[in-house]
Every structure is written in C-alpha cells, then in structure tokens.
Design a protein around this ligand. Sequence first.
Ligand code: FES
Length: 183
Amino acid sequence: MGVSVSYTDKQKGLTRRQFLTYALGGTGAFMAVAAVGPLIPFAVDPLTRGTTETFSTVGTESEFNTSYPLAKDFTLKQKDGWIQVDNTYTAFIIKQQDGTYLAMSNICTHLGCAVSQQLGSDGKPTAFSNGIWFQCPCHGSQFSLTGVQTPVSPAQRPLDIFLTKVDSTGQVLVGSKKHQRTV
Ligand code: FES
C-alpha cells in the first residue's frame, strides 16, 4: 500500500519521504562527526608539531684547527610529528680562517658510500696526495680539504654540510640535517 500525500499535507510542510530523508541524513551526519571528530586532533597534531632537530656537542674549540679536518661521530634527536628518532652521523670538521666551522658529511655525493680520510704516522689526518683529503672507495671520487670534488670525480657536487655553532663555553656543536651547497 503506497503512501498518499495530499496537496494539503504538502502545503503544511514535509512529506513523509522528505522527513525520513532528513532524519536519516541527519543521523548519518551526526554519527560521522561522532566517529571522526575525536580523530581530527590526532590527524592535525603532527602538522602542528613540525620537525625539530637538536644540536650535538662534538668537542671544544681547542681540539680543532685550520690545517686538517677531524672525524667526529654525533647523534641528533629528530622529532617528526609523533616519531622521535636518534640519527647518528659522521662529519669531518675543520676550523675556517674566519673562525667558523665547516662540518662535512662523510657520505659521498655520488651514490652514498662513506668517504674516508687518511691518518699520518703521527695519528693526525693527512692528505692522500696533492690537495686530496677524502676518497670514496666505491667509484673513486676525491674531495679537497673543504670537501669539493675534483673535476674527474663521478660525484658532481661537494660533500654536504651540517650547521655548526659555538656556545658560550667554547663547545663546538653540530646540528640540523645535511645541506647541499654549491661551491
Ligand atoms: S659512491 Fe662515491 S664515487 Fe660513487
């Protein structure tokens, strides 16, 4: 048996079909908000937290000099949304003439092998040959004292660098992600 709606009913307001449609739609919308609403802060939270990364102390100023780079391992805490991880890096750190520090990543900019440096008989880093301070064992890229690739190297850009700073007590700190540079 069908539902008959008189002209008078329509004039009065909702039809039964319209009422049911609105009622079901409203109930569905309410249930959706009730189910999803509490999750919204969790979804948005990582965006508002952003990414933070700390600095790590690698030594005192007196350890470093402008003659050769020292290899230093350090750990940076990285917080990405809810995830916090400790990333360990190695950098070759040398003091520059202007008193700032250059912290070069040990990761070759060709395909990502670890480059090495050579130690002399006195235990201090020394050049492999004329102007070559870092070599990559994988495909032979070579880099200068400041991490610039030689023209014949497969690597097409200098070693990436980390941010550096010196605190008020003379501690050298390295931090933030690696940055590409152009030389
Ligand atoms: S990865 Fe270093 S030369 Fe290829």
